[in-house]
Design a protein around this ligand. Structure first.
Ligand code: NAP
Length: 244
């Protein structure tokens, strides 16, 4: 069977745009989601409309068992996962002092351990084939730090560490690992911040607009393409100049 791409958190926002762009590039897609099955089905239908196969898979990426089961399903239904995009993520605004242990643990479990779980599940096939590509979705806040989003920023900084370390460990096996660090992107995650904050973010972005999910999908598509075949361990910042 042909290999497929697994995109975590592909029901909405950046993940959906990544799934559709990779489908345009010829990949069959495993569309992962947590709660929004309606939105995940819509992503899958749009992948099928592009002439590719799609499998919708509910799994909390924080659960190693659920992620292993999802990858087994994808392998059986679509073929082995040779491209993994670790996109699923959650954010939370609040003072560090108000971030209790449960909230801290959940943010790290989804944003960092989720990526770890997915990589562990897809690696056996990639290692045996000596072929594969992994892209992690970090954030400019992981590079710069973020007031009132300390747990989120830590999780995204750690994803960069994961990217660089795995890139070194997996390069001899022909597996590339890279990272995209988006700036402020027009998705539900930013919409919840309200109009005033959104306007402030636009003002702080030198290119004068928020990014679109498609802007990030194009960066991911580049890193997964043959054009990037000598790139591994890199962080591609796509932020309209936000962090300079
Ligand atoms: P979003 O619109 O809030 O969508 C989040 C996606 O992740 C949804 O598909 C959601 O599934 C899924 N998800 C959440 N928790 C999950 C879990 N435990 N297991 C599996 N799936 C889960 O977010 P977005 O803005 O597209 O962000 C996507 C990624 O980009 C995140 O990692 C985020 O941190 C990163 N990022 C975003 C921005 C930005 O400005 N938007 C900037 C930098 C980085 P359901 O639909 O089922 O809930």
């Amino acid at each position: 069977m042909r290999p497929c791409a697994l995109v975590t958190g592909a029901s909405r926002g950046i993940g959906r745009a990544v799934a559709l762009t990779l489908a345009q590039e010829g990949w069959d897609i495993c569309v992962n989601f947590l709660e929004r099955s309606d939105a995940a089905e819509e992503t899958a239908q749009r992948v099928r409309a592009l002439g590719r196969r799609a499998l919708v898979c509910q799994a909390d990426v924080a659960s190693e068992t659920a992620v292993s089961a999802m990858v087994r399903r994808a392998n059986e239904a679509l073929g082995p996962v040779e491209l993994l995009v670790n996109n699923a993520g959650i954010s939370h605004q609040g003072l560090f002092q108000d971030t209790d242990a449960a909230l801290w643990d959940r943010i790290l479990a989804v944003n960092l351990t989720g990526a770890r779980n997915a990589v562990r599940a897809v690696l056996p096939h990639m290692l045996s084939e000596k072929r594969g590509c992994i892209v992690n979705i970090s954030s400019i806040w992981g590079l710069r730090g973020a007031s009132c989003e300390v747990a989120y920023a830590c999780s995204k900084a750690a994803l960069i560490g994961l990217t660089r370390s795995l890139a070194l460990e997996l390069a001899p096996s022909g597996i590339r690992v890279n990272c995209v660090a988006p700036g402020c992107i027009e998705t539900d995650m930013v919409r919840v911040l309200g109009a005033e904050t959104r306007a402030m973010l636009v003002e702080e972005t030198p290119l004068g607009r928020l990014g679109t999910p498609e802007d990030i999908a194009q960066a991911v598509a580049f890193l997964t393409s043959e054009k990037a075949s000598f790139l591994t361990g890199q962080v591609l910042t796509a932020d309209g100049g936000f962090i300079g």
